[in-house]
Design a protein around this ligand. Structure first.
Ligand code: SF4
Length: 75
């Protein structure tokens, strides 16, 4: 069984730095309100997604295992 990840962006925390969209444009984009959102809520595992979650200055990005809900990043 293939593992997939859920990506969630807490828009109330996002300060619109754009770091996630710059480092991982395949997975994140900024909306007209300058808040980030994931391009897809469920994705295949990708280190770029982990890096984005770890590097977000306000920890607005949460990556979790789609099947179990276990949080993968940030730790
Ligand atoms: S890195 Fe964090 S604060 Fe910056 S745009 Fe992405 S989610 Fe928002």
């Amino acid at each position: 069984m293939n593992t997939t990840w859920d990506i969630r962006v807490d828009r109330s925390l996002c300060i619109g730095s754009g770091m996630c969209a710059a480092s991982s444009p395949a997975h994140f984009e900024l909306g007209e309100d300058h808040k980030s959102h994931p391009r897809a809520d469920v994705v295949d595992p990708d280190d770029e997604v982990l890096d984005a979650a770890l590097n977000c200055p306000v920890e607005a990005i949460t990556v979790s295992d789609h099947a179990t809900g276990t949080v993968i990043a940030p730790e």
